[in-house]
Design a binder for this molecule. Structure first.
Ligand code: GUN
Length: 277
């Protein structure tokens, strides 16, 4: 039977460590979260981020803008937050309505306050191996692997998905820890033959049950980044958990795996941004 990589418990331990560091220290890290429009999933994510801040003694502020806000107003909002002394971290919840440019908004965030680590400066520092802030989801996965003593050095790592938010930075972090990394995507030929070589398999595709049992090597470590709804509206990952779990050595559940780690790493980044300023 596989070890369940419990992101919920690990994130709670991390939050506890952060809360203890902040409590009585005189530090009040501040996070500003910008939400454009009223996408229900984004609403939930933003609420969770604010709740997590309150639980560890951070200040947080939500800036809600209408779905038809102009690019100029959004960027002016970011620039005003860049100047604020009480705000250490800024994030703009994605996706944005289609008339707005993610790239322009991210570029407007002061890289020192870019707690998502999406700015080109932070992405570049990661590429060069000199990061100060790491993207939350890949960093959360690395923390989970570390806390479960899963060694990466020399291992075959396969990342399915090449997004700027997860797939690409995930591959870089595994590489930095001396993994032999392959990145697969929608144009990859004979995907299953590649995923079957993985000692560590990371699925970040966004398709329910995409990774089936025949795609996974016996004894592999499987990390499921997916956050999907199945045909019954139930939350599920990218991995067919019921079929894959019996044949692997460790696996993250959905929910309760990668998701909670992402928010814990956002708190860690906000604390780091506070200290760096
Ligand atoms: N939307 C989905 N994931 C993320 C994330 O990590 N950060 C932000 N800002 N938006 C997201």
């Amino acid at each position: 039977m596989a070890i369940l990589l419990d992101g919920k418990a690990t994130a709670a331990a991390l939050r506890q460590e952060i809360a203890e560091e902040v409590k009585g220290s005189g530090m009040t890290p501040g996070l500003a979260v910008i939400l454009v429009g009223d996408d229900p999933a984004s609403r939930i994510y933003v609420n969770n981020k604010k709740k997590a801040c309150a639980a560890v003694g951070f200040y947080s502020e939500e800036i809600t803008l209408p779905a038809d806000v102009s690019q100029e107003t959004l960027i002016d909002t970011v620039k005003a937050l860049n100047k604020r002394e009480d705000i250490d971290g800024i994030l703009c919840q994605l996706p944005l309505p289609s008339h707005l440019s993610d790239r322009a908004v991210i570029a407007a965030i002061d890289p020192k306050k870019d707690v998502d680590a999406f700015h080109a400066v932070n992405a570049g520092n990661l590429l060069r191996g000199t990061p100060s802030i790491l993207p939350c989801t890949p960093a959360g996965i690395m923390e989970l692997l570390f806390r479960y003593h899963i060694d990466i050095d020399g291992k075959r790592c396969v990342v399915v998905g090449r997004s700027n938010i997860v797939g690409k930075p995930m591959a870089l972090l595994l590489l930095q820890k001396n993994g032999t990394v392959t990145v697969c995507h929608s144009h990859t030929r004979d995907l299953a033959a590649i995923t079957r070589t993985a000692d560590i398999l990371v699925a970040a595709v966004g398709v329910p049950h995409f990774i089936t049992a025949d795609m996974v090597k016996a004894g592999a470590v499987v990390i499921d980044v997916g956050m999907n709804r199945d045909e019954n509206g139930k939350l599920c990952g990218d991995v067919d958990f019921a079929a894959v779990e019996p044949q692997v050595s460790a696996i993250t559940p959905v929910p309760g795996g990668v998701g909670p780690m992402t928010i814990a790493m956002l708190l860690k980044n906000t604390l780091t941004a506070y200290k760096n300023r």
